[in-house]
Design a protein around this ligand. Sequence first.
Ligand SMILES: C[S@@+](CC[C@H](N)C(=O)[O-])C[C@H]1O[C@@H](n2cnc3c(N)ncnc32)[C@H](O)[C@@H]1O
Length: 186
Amino acid sequence: MSGSLSDNPGLPKKLPSRRSTLAVHIRVKSPLMRLALYQPDIPQNTGAVLRLGACFRVPVEIIEPCGFPFDDKRLRRSAMDYGGVCDMVRHTSWEAFLEAHQTGRLVLLSTAGATPYTDFAFTATDVLLLGRESRGVPDEVHARADARVRIPMAEGLRSLNVAMAAAVVLAESLRQLGILQGKTEL
Ligand SMILES: C[S@@+](CC[C@H](N)C(=O)[O-])C[C@H]1O[C@@H](n2cnc3c(N)ncnc32)[C@H](O)[C@@H]1O
């Protein structure tokens, strides 16, 4: 297991961020799409998203502060050994994340989004941004997003689990980009 962010043409070369001891970076063969978690507060969900990122070869960016210590046992347990192969970057703040992402659209997944995710045309450089479990994202982050998409749900229900929402929209975006079709392995 080797490689670094600089091996990945889809990611900026210099990031004002720190790498986690949890992640051992891999070469991302097809750096399509990225997932970003805004100040996640449940370690098991972050672990599940790291596993998702590893399985789909999609980098995961964590916008801190998190609501748990990053060496949390629950995070490790949930990410299992997939945490070790996920290409992950931790950003110390929202501002640091923005500084690192000066190109590509920020597509916010939001229960307040006006566009059903299936009606949205994803591009390879999009970053799928997910809100924190307790409070979603603040207004400034909502406003800064280039697009806001919603996964339709049964009326009266509040929201999906954040890792489930990430999986639903990531799968659709990869499908649209032709990454999944006709393959049993990525
Ligand atoms: C548990 S939800 C947050 C709920 C929070 N109370 C709120 O009002 O946003 C965590 C994140 O999952 C994503 N999410 C959950 N359900 C969604 C849906 N139906 N459509 C789009 N995103 C969703 C969003 O990114 C959300 O910020």
